[in-house]
Design a protein around this ligand. Structure first.
Ligand code: GAP
Length: 450
């Protein structure tokens, strides 16, 4: 863990103060595990998702995209194993009946639960005398399915049960045949999807790190079974390139080759990419070799062939799959962690976000030096309109004195502030102030908007 990492409270406080992220349903006391994105959070999140899209979809010629429905036929989740096995171990404080994840209770007490069965976790609770956060004995664990169940249509019976999807992946697998029929791509090829996922986490915590509603960016990359390792390695290298584009320092990013007993039921090899978050080293994303687990299950349950025929040959088989799976919120939290900086300017503490220019919610801010001088305001409005036309994400800022404006823009990560002063009226130049160095330079308006 990087000693210089900010504290989680610093990030939460900045996010709320500056309009990035608010607690979901805050006005009614909140809804645990949900978060709302404010005006700047929406932009930062969208920039991260767009960067992913450019990197993994647009820049490649072997990717196809889908946007599947969130509600799916219940058979999807039966075939995928989620109905039976998408569970976490739940235990209860035997006095006040508050509920916890048993593995979290162990972890919080310095015991590593990785690879333990539920019975082994219960035994560890007893052996180490682990108590609830309120100091009471814990009950034995039971399996808790994390899917949100709902009813589709006006009749509530077994057949109308559906679930809010707990991963976007199944919307890709169920469209594999459609994409092959429409495009018949050569193997290997991928199908990508971005969108919401929902998990009824027993204990959502650590800000947006573990939420009940979040967003995923996933690829199912279909390969010949003999070639899986090559594609796995290629995608792993591409993931590292993407993380660099996010601005994450390689020393904060770690690969964990997940041992067999800890891998998801469908995976033959998984590398978790972990990041040094303020809450510790935790999973940022996963890269899994899912074999033909999903397509074969779909074939078995739907009775429709998921086989792929190599063009010009009689070779037919169910393709195997490599899956890079990203959580948008975790990527966003890593970006905030990495870019959060504190320094001192003119004897005063300053907070700023050193975001890469292409991720910053605002590319520039434009201000008249004094807002009560109509000639300055008029000129500043002209410059603002031209820059907004050029960049789109440009903010007009005439609130408070110039020092306050700089501080506000630093905190939201705006790379440059443009100030129109009396000299501008004479020589058509403006002051451009750099966020990271705070250095100011004089630039001709023509050059700036050119
Ligand atoms: N399709 C595979 C899959 O969903 P996962 O490891 O369960 O795998 C993938 O989830 C990624 O989704 C995680 O690495 C993480 O970034 C994100 N994620 C999972 N659960 C999350 C939660 N409760 N809150 C925020 N992000 C979550």
């Amino acid at each position: 863990m990087n000693e210089e990492n900010p504290k989680i409270e610093d990030i939460v406080s900045l996010c709320k103060r500056r309009g990035f992220i608010y607690q979901g349903s805050e006005v009614y006391g909140g809804l645990s595990g949900t978060w709302d994105y404010g005006p700047l959070g929406v932009l930062l999140k969208r920039n991260i998702m767009n960067l992913w899209w450019q990197h993994f979809v647009e820049a490649r010629d072997d990717m196809y995209a889908v946007d599947a429905a969130i509600l799916m036929n219940q058979k999807v989740w039966q075939a995928s194993g989620h109905v039976d096995t998408f569970v976490d171990p739940l235990c209860e404080d035997t006095v006040n009946h508050r509920r916890y994840r048993t593995d979290h209770m162990l972890k919080d007490n310095g015991i590593n639960p990785e690879g333990m069965t539920m019975e082994q976790m219960d035994a560890a609770v007893v052996e180490h005398g682990v108590k609830s956060p309120d100091g009471n004995p814990l009950s034995q664990s039971r399996s808790f399915n994390m899917m949100f169940e709902t009813v589709v249509g006006p009749v509530a019976d077994d057949k109308s049960i559906s679930y809010l999807r707990p991963e976007t992946a199944q919307g890709i697998f169920t469209n594999f045949k459609n994409v092959v029929d429409s495009f018949y791509p050569n193997l290997p090829f991928g199908i990508a999807q971005q969108g919401k996922a929902f998990r009824n986490e027993i204990a959502p915590r650590d800000f947006i790190f573990r939420s009940r509603e979040f967003e995923q960016m996933e690829i199912e990359y279909f390969v010949h079974p003999d070639d899986w390792q090559q594609s796995f390695d290629e995608l792993l290298a591409s993931i590292h390139q993407f993380l660099e584009k996010l601005g994450l320092s390689p020393e904060n990013v770690h690969e964990l080759d997940v041992p067999e007993e800890e891998r998801a039921h469908y995976s033959k090899k998984t590398i978790d990419i972990e990041y040094d978050f303020p809450i510790g080293r935790e999973e940022l994303l996963g890269l899994a070799y899912r074999t033909d687990f999903d397509l074969s299950n779909i074939q078995r349950v739907s009775k429709k062939s998921m086989e792929y025929q190599i063009k010009g040959t009689n070779e037919r088989f169910v393709p195997h799959v490599i899956e890079p799976s990203f959580g948008v919120e975790r990527a966003l939290m890593a970006v905030l962690t990495e870019s959060y900086r504190e320094d001192e300017q003119n004897g005063e503490k300053r907070i700023y976000l050193a975001l890469p220019e292409y991720l910053a919610p605002m590319r520039m801010a434009v201000s008249p030096l004094l807002k009560n001088k109509p000639e300055l305001v008029e000129k500043a409005r002209e410059v603002y309109s031209a820059l907004k036309k050029k960049h789109g994400n440009v903010m007009w800022d005439d609130n408070g004195n110039i020092g306050k404006r700089y501080r506000r823009q630093d905190e939201i990560g705006t790379p440059e502030c443009v100030v129109i002063d009396f000299d501008t009226l004479e020589d058509d130049t403006v002051t451009v102030r750099d966020r990271d160095t705070t250095e100011q330079r004089r630039v001709a308006i023509k050059e700036l908007i050119g």
